[in-house]
Design a protein around this ligand. Structure first.
Ligand code: F6R
Length: 589
């Protein structure tokens, strides 16, 4: 979370920094700021709110600077807590969490230093300033400060009197880029991508120094190192909304092509090195967070049905502290759109340490998770900008179903091909437009339930997560059969219920739950391929989706649920692309 950017070159830095920050806003958007190096002095502009609040900084002079867009961890979203943070000669932007900041701050206070924010980050500026006074070398000062820090950081640091930017990375993403117009640093390639530039993703413990001469790299002992920079293309830059009002709406529209591109871009799993690993796999573990966790649940349903490989799905933030049992011949699949989620990375690292093989499923080619894993299967959803994950979920399922099919094939079992799913997703999208008419029932709701059994429960969980994150309505995804064991007490006329029913063998059972909630006054909305269920008197409105193998159905049934969340969010006057309190890439614990 938080986006940082740095630039030093021929151009005026302010527009470069502000354009970069706009592209990084998905990482946090509660306050923003820039610092510009002007005639050996540093000018700082900070604002509460979004990057657009920094419009007055665009005209500032200076050819070097750093910028930041914040997702608050320590200290409320406010101008005083906005980055850059300055102390003495040092001015920095930080992404991450400094876990020992409180103890270090005590030491600074004991020296009589005064703090001007409530952030953990400011303490780093105090430490670097103290070391700069001793070292007269910003790179060494930053390194010595980093040696005292625990937690995670990506820093870009300026100092008065020095035309350079020093960068450091530990457990938070940071790239440096070179172009004919200057040198750059950023949390994500999208902020610096352009034709003719090249980039390097810093490893943990590495440092970079950006000067007029270019970008120099250093290892953790500050020994200069040569690294290979890869070419950047304009396509890696952040996409535009086009004719859509919001990125989320555009990204839902892109679901079919995300599935199609992902399936067509997959290697032939049956003839790959991974196939040998799949044949030897006796246990499957999945680690992920949020929407990606729900993808994992969907995969479990398919793997256990067709490949009969025991599968456990772990919330990554729990896995890392539950002392997991990792039997021999375990394959751990770490699923992450960004490939930068701190909890997923830590869980993946632990799985490796416990002897598991590690396969990453991510949407970002140069992500930390891809670099950690022994095997990578990419989703080709294209860049996802809206904070709520949509097309990346469907693309993850395309990969995971293919993986499940290969696991099954390795055991001589036959599996229905997922090849037709992109076409079926296109049909589903056409049918789903009618959910816009459901919104009046949800606008005044006290809470919402999403029900399903088996794979439908996984879709229900994801539908519920989408709704709560962008509409702020209390919502729960629930196993349809479990409702009557207590939670039914919450259902009344102000509790719309969305039921997902795609498996003919479970349809009657889930309909029992529909009868139960209807009897308590709930309006029922149905997502199903079965016409006769849509006609039931209990059903207020429905979307008919195409039939497919029931275990695969979440890849389709989630589409109307994604759209429902979008429309309810709009009807309630929220910004579906940037829900409050959230950020797209959760790089802190
Ligand atoms: C929900 C959402 C989050 C992410 C979660 C994991 O819409 O976007 O729940 O799914 O933070 O992120 P990744 O997939 O990047 O690891």
């Amino acid at each position: 979370m938080c986006g940082i950017v740095g630039y030093l070159g021929e151009e005026r830095a302010a527009p470069v920094l502000l354009d970069g920050l706009e592209k990084l806003e998905y990482r946090g958007y509660d306050s923003a700021g820039v610092a510009l190096w002007q005639d050996k002095k540093i000018a700082v502009v900070r604002r509460k709110g979004r990057v657009c609040e920094l419009v007055c900084a665009r005209s500032l002079a200076g050819n070097a600077g750093v910028g930041h867009t914040r997702w608050a961890t320590h200290g409320a979203p406010s101008e005083r807590n906005a980055h850059p943070h300055r102390f003495g000669a040092v001015c920095l932007v930080h992404n991450g969490i400094l876990e020992n900041a409180a103890a270090l701050k005590e030491e600074c206070l004991a020296r009589g230093e005064v703090f001007s924010s409530d952030t953990d980050s400011e303490v780093a500026a105090h430490l670097m300033n103290a070391f700069l006074a001793e070292e007269s070398d910003l790179l060494r000062a930053v390194k010595r400060a980093c040696e005292l820090l625990s937690g995670s950081y990506a820093f870009a640091v300026l100092a008065e009197g020095r035309e350079e930017i020093v960068c450091a990375r530990m457990h938070s993403p940071l790239v440096v880029a070179r172009g004919t117009d200057g040198v750059f640093a950023a949390s994500d390639l999208c902020a610096v991508a352009a034709e003719g530039r090249s980039a390097y993703v810093l490893e943990d413990g590495e440092f970079a120094r950006l000067t007029k001469e270019g970008a120099e790299l250093f290892d953790s002992a500050l020994r200069p190192v040569e690294r290979t920079f890869f070419a950047l293309a304009a396509q890696q830059a952040a996409p535009e909304k086009g004719s859509f009002a919001h990125f989320m709406r555009k990204e839902i529209e892109e679901v079919p092509s995300a599935i199609e591109n992902t399936l067509s871009g997959l290697p032939d799993l049956l003839n790959s090195h991974l196939y040998e690993v799949l044949c030897q796999t006796e246990y499957l573990h999945i680690v992920a967070c949020g929407t990606a966790y729900h993808s994992g649940l969907c995969m479990k349903a398919v793997v256990e049905k067709f490949a009969r490989v025991p599968t456990q799905v772990f919330v990554a933030s729990e896995y890392r502290y539950c002392d997991p049992i990792v039997p021999e011949h375990t394959l751990t699949v770490a699923i992450s759109q960004s490939g930068e989620t701190a909890d997923t990375l830590a869980a993946a690292q632990l799985a490796l340490e416990r002897g598991s093989r590690l396969l990453a499923v991510t949407n970002v080619e140069h992500s930390s998770l891809n670099r950690l894993a022994q095997h990578v299967l990419p989703t080709r959803a294209g860049r996802e900008v809206a904070v709520a994950a949509t097309k990346s979920f469907n693309a993850q399922l395309a990969v995971l179903y293919s993986l499940a099919a290969a696991l099954a094939a390795g055991r001589g079992r036959r599996v229905p091909s997922p090849a037709a799913l992109a076409v079926l997703a296109r049909e589903t999208l056409c049918a789903s437009g009618r959910v816009a008419a459901w919104t009046p029932y949800f606008q005044g709701a006290r809470s919402v339930f999403f029900l399903g059994r088996g794979a439908d429960r996984c879709a229900a969980l994801e539908g519920s997560l989408k709704l709560k994150e962008i509409s702020y309505l209390p919502s729960e995804g629930y196993a349809a059969g479990e409702l009557k064991h207590g939670t039914l007490a919450l259902v009344d006329g102000a509790t719309p219920v969305v039921a997902v029913i795609t498996d003919p063998q479970l349809a009657d059972k889930t309909m029992n739950a529909v009868h139960e909630v209807y009897a308590r006054g709930a309006a029922v909305f149905l997502v199903t391929p079965f016409e006769e269920l849509c006609a039931a008197q209990e059903v207020t409105a429905s979307v008919r989706i195409p039939r497919c193998e029931p275990a695969y159905s979440p890849i389709l049934s989630v589409i109307p649920l994604q759209l429902l969340a979008y429309h309810v969010s709009l009807a309630l006057g929220h910004d579906p692309d940037k829900p409050r309190n959230l950020a797209k890439s959760v790089t802190v614990e």
